[in-house]
Ligand binder design. Structure first.
Ligand code: ADP
Length: 458
């Protein structure tokens, strides 16, 4: 109590290519926004530098105004300043059109586009006379910040800054990630278990002395069943049964399933190998066999996988039209309704650095049913097997999990989950209440990041 030392506020600048909700592709976008908000709420100064994509969701940017312009890299770069979820965001708009291409990722020259952006971001900091304490960069896409800084900008007057690099997913751009691991002052990844899983990777192994696994959190204001315009009634853990019943009914109606009291399994995911596509397909059929309903919301960046699912959707919609719905698109409002209306959220990932969907599920009183890997292992504790492990984390068990990457594995978790719903509704309802009361916000992880930022400056 009396011994708490008040640290002066730090200035942290994130250089990132995704940011929820204006430019979100996956969890990286959520983390940039929600970590920044948590750190800002702890009275530090946070700024974000983002490309000014033509495809930004501009209706979520407040007070957007022209800030300045500068020349760099053979072009003029216009800088715009706006507020997103209460955060100051500097949008860089190079007039060479690198970000006027209708998408965030997916161009043949993505590495060049984001490399240019990273360089332009450091140039902006320098030319604006900013002296951040921490420059935080993320994944391969803003990895170049780390070496551009150490090779150039540290000598030009940004010398006070330290570079923190976070790996959200080691699958993509390993060369760039390896180089950023080398040049950054501190590096993190998004869960303790994933940090161990990747510890022998050649990009990571030489740098373990400065590498830390810090769990992601979710933003409790952005994901809040008590204050969510996409669900029919507000609820907390006190009226979770009523709240979820109303949401399930609206969800069933909205996607055209039979309105009935049946267990409903929700799946919200990018459809890629990482997410356990064969396990997802199996789980859909297994749920139907057990007389449940399934709503999948997902889209595949790979057109072949997207086609496979279109085919499966046609098949399911003809054989089980009242109980299975595959929505093969990206739909933020629908995701809220599924988190609220489902009984279970299934996450059978082959690997998962942290995973946010299981955390959001719990915030809405849905029971996570997951494969034991990465952050899924660190956050979901099986009601039958993980009592001790949960206790060691100061928690009670909160879901169902499985090992292996085959059909019997998924069945093992899914069957117990569905049986719990059929056989003991009162117990099941108390589990929903319990998971809602667990704290998966940034409260704790943000303190870990602050400690890391402080350590980087020593
Ligand atoms: P990843 O970053 O690997 O995609 P995460 O679980 O960390 O996985 O984050 C996924 C985020 O994207 C979650 O916030 C989830 O709700 C959201 N999401 C995934 N697919 C969709 C979709 N089709 N529609 C809406 N939101 C989605």
């Amino acid at each position: 109590f009396g011994g708490v030392v008040k640290e002066p506020p730090m200035h942290i600048v994130h250089v990132a290519v995704e940011m929820a909700p204006i430019a979100k592709v996956g969890g990286l976008g959520d983390v940039v926004t929600s970590l920044s908000r948590a750190v800002q709420d702890m009275n530090h100064n946070v700024d974000i530098i983002l490309p000014k994509y033509d495809c930004l969701k501009y209706n979520n940017v407040k007070d957007l105004q022209f800030h300045k312009s500068y020349s760099w890299g053979g072009t003029e770069i216009k800088v715009w300043l706006g507020k997103v979820e209460g955060l100051s965001v500097y949008f860089l708009e190079p007039q060479n059109g690198l970000f006027w291409v209708g998408c965030i990722y997916g161009r043949a020259n993505d590495a060049e586009r984001f490399g240019f952006f990273c360089h332009a971001a450091l140039e902006f900091l320098l030319q604006s006379g900013f002296h951040p304490d921490i420059i935080h960069c993320h994944d391969w896409s803003s990895a170049p910040v780390s070496w551009l800084f150490k090779e150039h900008y540290v000598h030009y007057g940004l010398s006070k800054a330290r570079v923190v690099f976070t790996i959200h997913n080691l699958e993509f751009g390993a060369n760039l990630i390896g180089k950023a691991m080398e040049y950054s002052d501190k590096a993190t990844t998004v869960s303790p278990t994933y940090s161990q899983e990747v510890s022998r990777h050649p990009c990571v192994a030489p740098h373990l002395y400065k590498f830390h696994g810090i769990l992601n959190g979710i933003d409790p204001d952005i994901w809040d069943p008590y204050n969510d315009k996409f669900i029919p009634i507000s609820y907390t853990s006190e009226n979770v049964v009523e709240g979820k019943r109303a949401s399930k009914e609206v969800l069933q109606k909205k996607v055209g399933l039979k309105v009935a009291d049946m267990p409903l399994v929700g799946i919200i995911t990018r459809l890629t190998h990482q997410k356990g596509i064969h396990l997802i397909k199996h789980a859909i059929w297994r749920t139907l066999e057990r007389n449940g309903q399934v709503v999948l919301l997902g889209s595949a960046p790979d057109p072949r996988i997207q086609n496979e699912f279109v085919h499966l959707a046609n098949q399911l919609h003809s054989t089980h039209n009242d109980r299975a719905r595959l929505c093969l698109t990206y739909d933020e409002p629908l995701s809220h309704l599924i988190y609220a209306g489902a009984d279970f959220i299934l996450v059978p990932s082959i690997f998962e650095p942290c995973g946010l969907t299981q955390l959001t599920a719990m915030r809405y009183g849905s029971i996570p049913t997951v494969r034991k890997t990465g952050g899924l292992y660190d956050t979901v504790f099986d009601v039958d097997h993980d009592k001790e492990r949960a206790e060691a984390n100061g928690l009670e068990p909160n879901g169902f999990n499985f090992d292996g990457a085959d059909a019997p594995g998924v069945d093992y978790a899914l069957d117990r989950a569905l049986s719990a719903w059929y056989d003991g509704r009162e117990w099941f309802n108390s589990l929903c209440k319990r998971v809602m009361e667990q704290d998966w916000s940034w409260n704790r992880p943000a303190l870990d990041y602050l400690e890391l930022y402080h350590a980087a400056r020593k």
